[in-house]
Design a protein around this ligand. Structure first.
Ligand code: ADP
Ligand code: ZN
Ligand code: ZN
Length: 804
């Protein structure tokens, strides 16, 4: 008898362990860890992951597995390990750790099917042959009645059939029309002779087949490449010289773009110095973490490309993570241009079906490289040779729901298992990473110069208080407006950036730029309309909203914020002749709209690209010679200890959009706090000095990288309940955690109510804390009952990115 340990798809504390099931006779031969099954669970049937197959179980009276969902494991042994690690690292349920590693389509409904690999059915067992006469793909359900699963499994192992899921979606399988020769290559000339003399085009079609020595080609490709009309093909079809064939294809979102093949560039000295240690680590199969700190345009991507090439030549695979918003067609082109069909692309713009198809290519080993957003870190490669994380400082690498993992941590863990290097790249590394590089935990690789010594665009910092004093009440400074007008005249393009995050929550004096801050925490206070209160969301400090500025006694003190739509209206007023493309959540919510807007700008059908965070990265347009940042301060004043760091990163990124090619670029940064070090130093491209100054602040206020932080958020519809639970939790933390550990709160969350639920939080700051995980687990256990029956939520984030 065989038994399987199964993690079931029921998210609760009590069910967060493996349950044993009997393995039915017909599955015993090939059930293996990493496969999904359907099992009985109480009165229900649920999905689960097999984690172990064994000969004994300590329990008796076990129920059998009902159904097998995979014929090949969807989680490799390594990914099962990663799942276990994720569970410990993020305190999530095992089931969510496994699920997060798979494409969403695999949670959706689907049917199992097998597909014939060769066209020949004669090798198949007799009873199977009839199923494949008309089609090359048959539902397993239909087969199962005739043939035992084990038989099918054998045929899969022999390579005659392959296992596929048919995702039950509207666009289930994607098919395309092919046109095929209905005669042999050698007969082509003879057939051309029989065509009537005026049918020149038809003859051309056949010659096309002959010259390329192909027997079939997608219809669309034939029409464009042979440069012929539909009509010629139709008449050849009606003469039965050609025939139509319907073929299944991957939903490849990039298929209709052609990729210009690129070859490795001759690296400059800095690039060569950076790549050498990476290549050494590839050759020696050595795990190492590199931090490639290189200014924008210093040729980091070229270093990635050539490192990957070495990995592929070694017969290994690579994962490249790029932030969701910079997964632009331009970015994808660079990888597809170098590695062609060896690349799979995974990002959230794809449909479930498309994502599943890309994942399948990885699972089947049809690709050796995946370029994707955060979740691509779980690509089921078994022979990883390198993981690259571009723009490693990007906050989108952290998942803000369970499991709350950071892709960087997963990358390092997987790379350790595979003995391969990790390359983190950025022009503005996180303080954590740069500090690690300084300590020698990561190996620092530096690219100081832009390729070809192209200069960084010059930056002008505009004091908006000054503008106000001079009577300019618009949101465009005199200088920015002048430069905008000048670009319109010259036919050059401008990117206008509005930093929208955190708007209207902080209070600022429009005359002197003073922002009211917490006396204990060095972060801005948040304005609460109700009661006209200002609050600190870290320590709970409260004060009344002042009537005049505490600094200069001006009455122009108010909370702050504007939207892109408002900017667009103003822009049209002052520059009626400008053609503006606006990109924000509103204009890009429809699938594909993001790309459409960008391509409009790229084709120069617009003069100004106006947008939020989503235009700050990755874009590379040769005619953009001006970048304007409308309000550099908004992020600076978020209740977040990383506010300065994020501001510096963003300003540096945005500035990098200008003057990337022949035309020199200019940047205008509008701000109410021109003296702030993150703005000054971003204007001077001085990351090193910024790092120094910011580290002092972090040290002084006990923040990362000097301390680790955990955040516990408690929410419930009743405020009294939230407060009392939060109190109990903070008491418990104070009792159980070390003396050196700092516990802040409880205090209302920066967003104190979401969807009618009140939110409170406690923050734990520690250097070394052996009891942390245990204490957190016990807290969750203690409140387990109330969490299931009383609508209480407690979330624990062991490396919070935002404090909201
Ligand atoms: P980064 O990723 O650091 O922003 P890129 O890799 O995008 O920089 O390089 C900027 C530009 O310089 C690109 O157009 C790239 O093709 C070009 N480039 C990079 N390396 C070289 C090189 N060794 N020789 C010539 N051009 C290069
Ligand atoms: Zn405070
Ligand atoms: Zn003031």
């Amino acid at each position: 008898m065989k038994y399987a340990s199964v993690i079931v798809d029921v998210s609760s504390m009590q069910t967060d362990r493996a349950f044993d099931y009997k393995v039915p006779e017909d599955l015993q031969e090939f059930l293996s860890p990493g496969m999904r099954v359907i099992v009985p669970f109480g009165p229900r049937k649920v999905q689960g992951f097999v984690t172990e197959v064994k000969n004994h179980s300590e329990f008796d009276k076990l129920k059998p597995i009902i159904e097998l969902l995979d014929l090949t494991p969807c989680l490799t042994p390594e990914l099962l390990k990663v799942g276990q690690w994720l569970t410990n690292k993020t305190l999530c349920f095992k089931i969510s750790a496994f699920q997060v590693m798979l494409p969403a389509a695999m949670k959706a409904k689907y049917e199992k099917a097998v597909r014939l690999i060769s066209d020949d059915t004669t090798d198949l067992p007799g009873e199977l042959q009839p199923y494949f006469h008309k089609t090359n793909q048959v539902n397993v359900k239909d087969l199962e009645e005739q043939i035992p699963l084990a038989e099918i499994q054998k045929l899969i192992k022999k390579g005659q059939l392959e296992f596929v899921y048919q995702v039950k979606q509207k666009t289930n399988k994607k098919t395309i029309k092919h046109i095929a020769l209905n005669l042999s290559q050698t007969d082509i000339d003879q057939v051309i002779q029989t065509l009537p003399p005026h049918a020149k085009k038809q003859a051309e079609v056949l010659t096309f087949f002959k010259n390329r020595s192909i027997t079939d080609i997608p219809l669309q490709q034939l029409l464009t490449e042979a440069n012929i009309s539909d009509a010629s093909v139709k008449s050849l079809l009606s003469k039965k010289i050609l025939k139509e064939e319907i073929k299944e294809t991957y939903r490849d979102p990039y298929q209709d773009r052609s990729f210009k093949k690129t070859t490795p560039l001759l690296l400059n000295e800095e690039q060569q110095k950076a790549i050498d240690p990476i290549l050494t680590s590839v050759v020696n199969k050595q795990h190492e973490v590199f931090l490639m700190y290189g200014v924008t345009g210093s040729g980091k991507t070229e270093v990635y490309l050539q490192s990957i090439e070495a990995v592929l030549q070694n017969g290994k695979e690579a994962i490249v993570l790029v932030p969701e918003i910079s997964l632009t067609p331009q970015m994808v082109n660079r990888f597809k241009g170098r590695f062609g069909s060896k690349v799979a692309v995974l990002h959230s713009g794809l449909s479930k079906g498309e994502k599943y198809d890309e994942w399948r290519k990885i699972q089947r080993k049809e690709v050796q490289l995946v370029v994707g957003a955060r979740s691509a870190i779980f690509a089921p490669f078994e022979n990883l040779g390198m993981i690259i994380i571009d723009e490693e400082h990007e906050s989108s690498y952290k998942q803000e729901e369970n499991p709350r993992y950071h892709a960087r941590d997963v990358a390092i863990y997987r790379a350790q298992l595979h003995n391969c290097p990790v390359v983190l790249g950025s022009a503005t590394p996180t303080l954590e990473s740069f500090a690690r590089a300084h300590k020698g935990v990561y190996k620092l690789l530096t690219l100081r110069e832009r390729v070809n010594n192209r200069s960084m665009p010059s930056v002008e910092i505009i004091d908006m208080r000054e503008e106000l004093r001079n009577g300019n009440r618009t949101m465009f400074s005199t200088s920015l407006l002048e430069k905008l007008t000048n670009r319109l005249e010259k036919g050059e393009q401008t990117v206008l950036f509005l930093n929208k995050r955190g708007y209207s929550s902080f209070v600022m004096c429009r005359d002197c730029g003073f922002v009211i801050q917490c006396p204990h925490c060095d972060i801005s206070l948040t304005y609460h309309r109700y009661g006209q209160q200002l609050k600190c969301h870290y320590c709970g400090h409260e004060e009344r909203m002042p009537k005049v500025c505490p600094e200069c006694e001006s009455e122009h003190i108010r909370f702050f914020g504007t939207g892109t739509q408002k900017v667009e209206e103003e822009l049209v007023k002052v520059l009626p002749q400008a053609r503006v493309v606006r990109m924000d959540v509103d204009t890009t919510s429809r699938k594909g709209s993001h790309e459409k807007l960008l391509s409009k700008f790229e084709k120069k059908e617009a003069d100004i690209l106006l947008g939020t965070q989503m235009i700050a990265k990755g874009l590379d347009f040769p005619d953009v010679t001006l970048v304007g940042v409308l309000t550099a301060d908004t992020m600076l004043n978020l209740p977040d200890f990383r506010a300065s760091e994020k501001t510096f990163q963003l300003l540096t990124q945005v500035s990098g959009r200008a003057g990337r090619h022949e035309l020199p670029g200019e940047v205008v940064i509008q701000t109410y706090t021109p003296e702030h070090y993150s703005i000054q130093l971003a204007g001077q491209y001085d990351y090193d000095e910024f790092f120094k100054q910011e580290m002092l602040h972090r040290k002084h206020h006990a923040y990362p990288p000097y301390y680790f932080i955990s955040l516990i958020t408690i929410s419930h519809p009743e405020i009294t309940k939230v407060v009392s639970v939060a109190e109990k939790i903070s008491q418990n933390l104070r009792r159980n955690l070390g003396k050196e550990t700092k516990i802040l709160g409880p205090v209302a969350s920066p967003i104190p109510r979401i969807k009618d639920r009140y939110r409170y939080q406690c923050m734990v700051k520690y250097k070394r804390e052996n009891n942390l995980h245990d204490t957190f687990k016990k807290i969750i256990e203690h409140f387990q009952q109330e969490m299931t029956s009383n609508d209480l939520t407690i979330t624990i984030d062991l490396s919070p990115n935002t404090m909201m």
